[in-house]
Design a protein around this ligand. Structure first.
Ligand code: CP
Ligand code: NVA
Length: 305
């Protein structure tokens, strides 16, 4: 049966660890510029309903470097859900290409794509989640710490799509995950419940960042208004002003703590140059690892490993 990557918990704990190991292996081959072309004669269709730098560049570059050809379909090309329903697009693309990666607004659309496609579908972000991001994040943390034992990750800001993926990762890997967010900006309730019910992680949703960060191995933030919500930014600024990741907040962890951000960042809002440019900021390693994590995900989904 074909496999998709729509939620990070689509993979078991063992599969996630296998993907992380594979990502490290494939990353090393990249760095050595080895002639490794498992996707020779393969094509990847990349559907974008929203803007992107990292997702587009990392998928396209990664797939091409592994011997394949990636097609970039911009928001005007397919107009998924408007010009054509996801179920038709899924079956058409399945006749041409080997993998679909899609960045969409409506999460129901990616589920429909996956249901009707005969080839693997990868979620490159929806309003609900961002699993490729969090796979790259955990790879980065694993590389830096060399283990994942006793990991405490504190997300400060909006309980958004990235947070939902962290919660779903917490269903597979034991974590202490804290989301410090304003009262009306908590993550998806059902997802919090799923993460708690899985019973392997400690999940806290709090409203005070200073209460959240002591002992954090990682402090993570993201924009206050995600794509599709940019018109709300002015109103959101009032609610988020106490949720900035400042140097003072980083110092309040009481230990050496990595700073992470999925990027793009709005300097002066959710964080600033002092934190972004600090020695413990690992945001560019994180961005780089998007490519290596995704390559491993694509190899796994196409049974090349
Ligand atoms: N982090 C991330 O997904 O970046 P892009 O929106 O630029 O793809
Ligand atoms: N939460 C952000 C992530 C961008 C990579 C957004 O959805 O816009």
């Amino acid at each position: 049966m074909k496999k998709d990557f729509i939620h990070i918990d689509d993979f078991t704990n063992d599969e996630i660890m296998q993907i992380l190991n594979l990502a490290v292996e494939v990353k090393a081959k990249f760095k050595r510029r080895e002639n490794y072309k498992p996707f020779k004669d393969h094509t990847l269709a990349m559907i974008f309903a929203k803007p992107s730098a990292r997702t587009r560049i990392s998928f396209e570059t990664g797939f091409c470097r592994l011997g394949g050809h990636a097609l970039y379909l911009n928001p005007n090309d397919i107009e998924l859900g408007k010009r054509e329903p996801p179920k038709d697009v899924a079956r058409v693309i399945s006749r041409y290409n080997d993998i679909i990666m899609a960045r969409l607004f409506d999460h129901a659309h990616i589920i429909e794509l996956a249901k009707y496609a005969e080839i693997p579908v990868i979620n490159g972000l929806t309003d609900y989640n961002h699993p490729c991001q969090v796979m790259a994040d955990i790879l980065t943390i694993w590389e830096k710490r060399r283990h994942l034992d006793g990991l405490k990750v504190v997300f400060v800001g909006d309980g958004n799509n990235v947070v939902n993926s962290w919660l779903r990762l917490a269903m597979r890997l034991p974590l202490h995950f804290v989301c410090a967010c304003p009262k009306n900006y908590t993550p998806d309730n059902q997802t919090v419940q799923l993460a708690r019910d899985a019973g392997i992680s400690t999940i806290e949703i709090v409203n005070d960042p200073f209460e959240a960060v002591p002992g954090a191995d990682v402090v993570y933030t993201d924009v206050w208004a995600s794509m599709g919500q940019k018109h709300e930014l002015a109103a959101r600024k009032k609610h988020f002003e106490n949720f900035q990741v400042t140097s003072r907040l980083m110092d309040a962890t009481g230990k050496t703590t990595y700073f992470m951000h999925c990027l793009p960042a709005q300097r002066g809002l959710e964080t600033g140059d002092d934190v972004i440019e600090s020695p413990n900021s690992i945001i560019f390693d994180q961005a780089e690892n998007r490519m290596h994590a995704q390559n491993a995900i694509m190899l796994k989904l196409t049974d090349k490993v």
